[in-house]
Design a protein. Structure first.
Length: 276
């Protein structure tokens, strides 16, 4: 079977094309963008069509992603109505000066299970380090306010220059609800965490130590999810990057299976394929 693209029976909206870091000749630093697009048009409104990180900044000099800087702004192009004078709008969010988006690109993931894509990003604080955040468009008919809002978030890790690397979203427990997997401090603690949304919080339901999906300076996050017929598996590397492992939730613990050697971080992607 192919790498999973579904969770809870609902098709996840994958990013169309590769996340793109633009640094073209003659382009000023203020014009650099990271942008992704979702498929559309869609049946639900408002619907995010494109998410872009902007406002590159060095105000949080962690540099964990190598050539990718922190970003202070998020732009979301959204379809807000049909057969109306202005069916599309661009929502613009500016973080406080002590916060940045410290990520490779926005992700269109259905976190709530309603078939509508939310936007998942790593947000870092100058003193408290990183947290995982989920952003959503304001529901149709809601009271006036910003078009985009923070739907839920984990707690900050609690220490400056501590980061996390998202993995994916799926129904890992088999109960019809969706969970998000990420690796907290992939260079230090190397702990896989599985969280589920409860109101405006992302609450941990399971964890597993000794795995990673990122090396300092890499402008990408390795590994991901697959489903070979027995439910979603999380594909990560051992702490020393010597071997790939598949982790599957069994009860409240992860079972770990060895998948073989990996020659380099990019090589972890080969293990996203199911065995013949």
């Amino acid at each position: 079977m192919n790498t999973i693209r579904k969770a809870g029976g609902l098709a996840l909206l994958a990013v169309v094309g590769l996340a793109l870091f633009v640094a073209a000749a003659g382009m000023s630093r203020a014009q650099e963008r990271i942008s992704v697009m979702a498929e559309g048009p869609a049946a639900f409104h408002p619907w995010p069509l494109r998410a872009t990180l902007g406002g590159p900044t060095d105000r949080y000099p962690h540099n964990v992603l190598g050539s990718i800087p922190g970003f202070g702004e998020l732009f979301v192009e959204a379809e807000i109505c049909r057969d109306c004078p202005e069916p599309r709008r661009v929502a613009h969010l500016t973080l406080p000066e002590f916060r940045v988006f410290e990520d490779v690109a926005p992700r269109f993931w259905d976190v709530t299970g309603d078939g509508r894509p939310e936007i998942v990003l790593v947000e870092s604080d100058a003193q408290l380090g990183a947290r995982l955040t989920v952003w959503a468009l304001r529901p149709r008919g809601a009271q006036a306010g910003h078009l985009i809002r923070r739907l839920a978030a984990t707690e900050f890790i609690g220490t400056r220059f501590r980061w996390l690397a998202p993995v994916g979203v799926a129904d890992f427990t088999g109960d019809g609800q969706l969970e998000i997997a990420y690796v907290e401090t992939p260079h230090l603690g190397r702990t896989l965490r599985l969280v589920r949304r409860q109101s405006d919080r992302l609450i941990e339901i399971a964890s597993h130590r000794g795995v990673t999906n990122h090396r300092i300076g890499d402008p990408f996050i390795a590994g991901g999810l697959r489903d070979c017929g027995a439910g979603p598996e999380i594909i990560l590397a051992r702490a020393d990057w010597s071997r790939a492992v598949a982790l599957q939730l069994q009860g409240d613990r992860f079972a770990e299976a060895d998948l073989g050697r990996i020659d380099r971080p990019e090589g972890l992607a080969a293990h996203l394929n199911c065995p013949p």
